[in-house]
Unconditional design. Structure first.
Length: 375
């Protein structure tokens, strides 16, 4: 055995000392940029042309060789005029920003393992995103809202930023005691902690508003078909009688003076929107009431469709004179290409606003294709 080992060692030395043939360097045709091309931009055919470069033949595969290959690809960084374009310089749009549709905005948010269908939410799933606050005493009975429905998941990561491995290997399960044990390094299936979704900009704004500005926690479910998504109301809670005297403000039933207005928006406190996209799932009623004396006042908000068909009916308490936002979740779903009327009943007066869903709607600042009636 020792003799064999010596022979093998000598053979390795002789092979390594043997002169290697030099790589052939040729003038290879490659695509170059006609002009400066900004990062994160889609390349058109008139921005590139055919050039050449002297490189080893084996490296030719790292460059684009025909201008038509680059049409419709997205740059990954700034490309100077005259620069040869490699395959890492431009890629299919979905390789750069998850999805090809440039109308969709990409956003990530954290979620707890147990509140993500046992951590098994995967790219390609359509999910409903709920926001909730847990009960924390008399002043906060807990709350649950539907933030977005039927949203496309494009990536799922662990808390450390690694891609989620949905299942451990059989070998790892045997060594570590199953999926939720601690198998050897590199084989553990870590739970999902960060979800990335692609959605319309107004939906992304709602997600950031809920989890960033409002401080809700996320609960993610696999979505049913849209017509089966039911509205979510604040969960009633039983409150214990307080042991100390609590000052309860007097409810204003009929103010001595009242002026008011109502408009619809795509987010809490957002701008006036008269026309929403056809796939809108929830809207906000922005109520401005100026009255005296100021204080909590009961109000009612109704939404009706064609032929006075009721879509939403809700009783609220307007906390004080001024502006407040109220989330409107329809009893079923909003119907595409339909006109709606929202009516506010407050202090013996009535205020109404008309709005609609339309296929070519464009919300303020979303960058979608067509114009809307929003102000």
């Amino acid at each position: 055995m020792l003799l064999l080992a010596v022979i093998l060692a000598i053979a390795v030395v002789l092979v390594n000392r043997r002169p290697r043939p030099k790589e052939t360097i040729n003038l290879v045709p490659v695509v170059i940029a006609r002009q400066d091309i900004e990062p994160y931009s889609i390349i058109s055919s008139d921005q590139v042309t055919l050039g050449s470069i002297k490189i080893p033949v084996t490296l030719a595969k790292d460059y684009y060789e025909q201008p038509q290959e680059l049409a419709g690809l997205m740059t990954t960084h700034f490309i100077k005029a005259g620069q040869q374009i490699g395959r890492e310089d431009a890629k299919p749009i979905e390789k750069v920003r998850y999805v090809e549709d440039m109308h969709l905005e990409i956003v990530s948010f954290p979620a707890v393992f147990s509140e993500m269908v046992a951590g098994q939410v995967q790219p390609g799933h359509k999910v409903n995103i709920y926001g909730y606050r847990t009960e924390s005493g008399l002043g906060n009975p807990g709350e649950l809202i539907l933030i977005a429905s039927n949203v496309w998941v494009v990536d799922v990561r662990t808390a450390s930023g690694e891609m989620v491995k949905p299942e451990a290997t059989e070998e790892a399960k045997q060594e570590g005691g199953g999926l939720f044990g601690v198998p050897g390094v590199g084989t553990v299936a870590q739970p999902a902690s960060v979800v990335t979704v692609a959605a319309r900009p107004d939906v992304v704004q709602d997600i950031i508003q809920a989890f960033g500005a409002k401080g809700y926690s996320a609960w993610v479910t696999l979505a049913p078909s849209p017509e089966n998504i039911t509205p979510v109301a604040i969960m009633p809670t039983v409150q214990e009688t307080p042991t100390m005297t609590v000052s309860i403000p007097t409810v204003v039933q009929t103010p001595t003076s009242l002026v008011g207005a109502i408009y619809m928006s795509n987010r809490d406190g957002g701008p006036k929107v008269d026309t929403f996209p056809n796939n809108t799932s929830v809207v906000w009623a922005i109520v401005n009431l100026q009255y005296s004396p100021s204080g909590p006042m009961p109000i009612r908000i109704d939404v009706h469709g064609p032929n006075e068909t009721p879509v939403f009916e809700g009783d609220f308490t307007h906390p004080k004179s001024g502006q407040e936002s109220y989330l409107i979740v329809p009893t079923s779903v909003f119907i595409p290409d339909t006109m709606y009327t929202t009516t506010l009943y407050a202090g013996g007066k009535t205020f109404s606003v008309k709005w609609e869903l339309r296929g070519d709607a464009r919300l303020p600042g979303t960058g979608e294709d067509s114009a809307s009636g929003g102000e």
